[in-house]
Design a protein around this ligand. Structure first.
Ligand SMILES: [Zn+2]
Length: 315
């Protein structure tokens, strides 16, 4: 419902009219919950009410305007109508029937998550293909921006290849947690996915290939940031090479000794990382100790990380 209210507000804002989101929500709420009107019907009803109230012709409201073309990395406001020229970088598994497709779009400037609602009845898009997405809306949740496709959105395939780039970002803070799936891991030789209990999500039980990586959480007192270190960066930072890690695991008959060693070296220390942003992660290209860290209470950061840990592991 919040979604519908935001859309209505944004569309009216485009026509130069400020409608209070609370007024929209109150009306929607009444129709949907008291009168059991279907959501789509309620939406139309509320729109018609405000069209009359502000004396706007229906056609003007429903004819989408040419929306402003923006770059993925420029999206930093909630509830804007935009046009995006982008490539489908990844399609994820949709975990709700109201969502027909979800994943990551990218252009030269970076990537952004998208959600395509089932009720928008739009054609499916394909991974690796490029499109012009018109009349989509921006959305913000817990500081993360995304775009949403609705009934008025238009998807046009374009015959060009967009080079998906990324603007490197920097993050300074304390490394407060290292997540499971870090340290010495095995990957599927077919698809490179990390194995869980010796099995690939796609290819089942396989003879895995060893790799070294770190999935960690940083905190600067204001913001929590997930970071991902590949083998090379992990080796340089920890001083433990992949071969040494394998030896350690063989000797202890336990892979988790590597993870413990990495935790001992990194958790509770301050770092400056730079790298490309991919979804909620920074793919770390460089990481170095922060010699002059902001004076945050490390004990407090670690305690809050321990609390959030369980939730983060599941995400
Ligand atoms: Zn696989």
């Amino acid at each position: 419902m919040k979604e519908i209210a935001t859309q209505i507000e944004a569309r009216f804002a485009e026509l130069g009219i400020k409608v209070e989101p609370k007024d929209i929500e109150t009306r929607l709420n009444q129709l949907i919950h008291e009168f059991k009107v279907p959501a789509e019907e309620a939406r139309r009803n509320v729109i018609n009410y405000f069209l009359k109230e502000y004396d706007i012709p229906r056609t003007e409201f429903y004819t989408p305007r040419e929306t402003q073309p923006v770059k993925a990395s420029e999206i930093n406001e909630d509830g804007k109508w935009i046009t995006l020229r982008a490539k489908v970088v990844q399609l994820w598994e949709s975990n709700h029937e109201s969502i027909s497709q979800v994943g990551l779009l990218g252009d030269e400037s970076g990537t952004i998550k998208f959600t395509k609602w089932a009720k928008a009845e739009l054609p499916d898009i394909e991974e690796g293909k490029c499109y012009l997405f018109k009349n989509i809306t921006t959305s913000e949740w817990q500081g993360q921006f995304s775009v949403k496709f609705n009934k008025t959105s238009e998807i046009t395939p374009i015959d060009e290849d967009i080079e998906v780039g990324s603007t490197p970002v920097e993050f300074r803070g304390a490394l407060v947690d290292i997540q499971s799936g870090s340290g010495l891991i095995k990957r599927c030789p077919e698809c490179n996915r990390a194995l869980v209990k010796g099995a690939c999500g796609e290819h089942g039980k396989v003879d895995g290939v060893y790799d070294l990586r770190v999935k960690a959480v940083m905190d600067n007192g204001e913001k929590v940031q997930d970071i991902l270190l590949n083998r090379e960066v992990t080796e340089n930072l920890t001083g433990i090479t992949l071969d040494e890690a394998k030896d350690m695991a063989t000797e202890a008959l336990d892979q988790s000794v590597v993870l413990d060693a990495i935790k001992n070296k990194l958790v509770g220390r301050y770092f400056i990382v730079t790298g490309a942003k991919l979804d909620r992660f920074i793919l770390v290209e460089s990481i170095k100790p922060d010699e002059d860290p902001v004076d945050e209470d490390i004990t407090m950061l670690l305690a809050s990380a321990a609390q959030a840990g369980t939730a983060a592991q599941e995400a």
